[in-house]
Design a binder for this molecule. Structure first.
Ligand SMILES: NC(=O)c1ccc[n+]([C@@H]2O[C@H](COP(=O)([O-])OP(=O)(O)OC[C@H]3O[C@@H](n4cnc5c(N)ncnc54)[C@H](O)[C@@H]3O)[C@@H](O)[C@H]2O)c1
Length: 305
């Protein structure tokens, strides 16, 4: 079975590619990032330096993928607010382009990386898949729009799909900008105080990247035409996060509390019951285990440099 991964050189993409290779899938990757910049390069994976908004017929024709895992996106919420047209071009038009290729080249199934950002301000907790969708950023709107296109393509052209809505993903390889766990690890490993906007009691649902990769693999063969949260089902406050990192890093740092930012969501966690039932998937990494894995891997990478 051949799987084409768009955005396969990105943070989550590299973990998915690694898991696919481990499970003996044949893999091809499309990414605008030069593949030499991928942390893990696999000799048996075909890397295409290509933009999802451009004509991809030749690649689809050559690779004839059975499945497509579509991750390539503009992922920066702040940038989406500064450059809504760019965000929409990559996340909406790019997704339509991928859908078109899937239809034309008889792909069996598309797995799409959506986001908790489609829900916006929570009307209740834990957020389930039926929660109203009121995205508050252009990024959230573009992810929501892409979901609608996928469903319409499926209805009109019988394209099979699974939409996975990820909570906050963390793990080795995540960039510090915008990702609270990488940012805290970066600062605290260097004996610097983590900065918290507000009182630190705001919560997020932190899901380890290898659990997300496993959910994508499960979705290749399950969860047809469904939209499914990929989350831990548990809230963690930023204060709890600082405490856990202090304990794992053997430090005693206090957070630097700054004024709360307008528009920041206060509490958030997503239910994962549907993922258990439809994908037969569950988390294998508790927050402690995932953080420990991330710290160990970061140390190994430092030694490799
Ligand atoms: N990281 C998270 O917490 C999180 C949460 C929810 C959803 N997601 C979704 O998961 C997916 C992967 O996110 P990530 O965190 O790995 O981000 P990332 O930025 O590390 O990876 C995205 C990859 O897409 C590539 N890309 C961007 N524009 C492209 C284009 N026009 N053509 C081809 N490739 C392009 C980038 O080069 C990058 O390698 C995204 O769709 C994102 O919206 C991520």
């Amino acid at each position: 079975m051949k799987v084409l991964v768009t955005g396969g050189c990105g943070f989550i993409g590299q973990h998915i590619v690694e898991e696919l290779v481990k499970r003996n899938y044949r893999v091809a990757v499309i990414d605008v990032t030069c593949y030499e910049d991928c942390h893990v390069l696999h000799s048996d994976v075909r890397y295409y330096h290509a933009d999802i908004t451009e004509n991809l017929d030749d690649i689809f024709e050559k690779e004839k993928p059975d499945y497509v895992i579509h991750l390539a996106a503009q992922v920066d919420v702040v940038k989406s607010i500064e450059k809504p047209k760019l965000d929409a071009t990559i996340n909406i038009t790019g997704t339509i382009n991928i859908l078109d290729c899937c239809y034309k080249h008889s792909v069996k199934k598309l797995i799409y990386a959506s986001s908790a950002a489609v829900y916006g301000e929570p009307a209740y907790l834990g957020i389930d898949e039926d929660h109203p969708q009121n995205p508050t950023s252009f990024y959230g709107i573009s992810k929501h729009s892409a979901e609608l296109y996928i469903k319409a393509f499926s209805d009109l052209h019988e394209l099979n799909y699974t939409i996975l809505r990820y909570a906050n993903v963390y793990g080795p390889g995540s960039k510090a900008n915008g990702n609270v766990i990488s940012t805290f690890i970066d600062l605290m490993s260097n004996d610097k105080q983590p900065e918290i906007f507000g009182d630190g009691n705001q919560s997020r649902d932190f899901i380890f990247v290898k659990d997300v990769a496993n959910a994508n693999i499960a979705a290749l063969h399950r969860g047809d035409r469904q939209t499914i949260n990929i989350s831990t089902g548990k809230p963690t406050t930023l204060n709890e996060l600082v405490k856990k990192l202090n304990s794992l890093l053997n430090k005693n740092l206090t957070a630097n509390y700054l004024p709360a930012r307008d528009g920041d969501i206060s509490q958030s966690y997503l239910t994962n019951i549907k993922a258990h039932d439809s994908l037969n998937w569950g988390i294998e990494y508790s927050l402690e285990r995932g953080l420990q894995f991330t710290l160990n891997q970061d140390k190994e990478n430092l030694h490799d440099k």
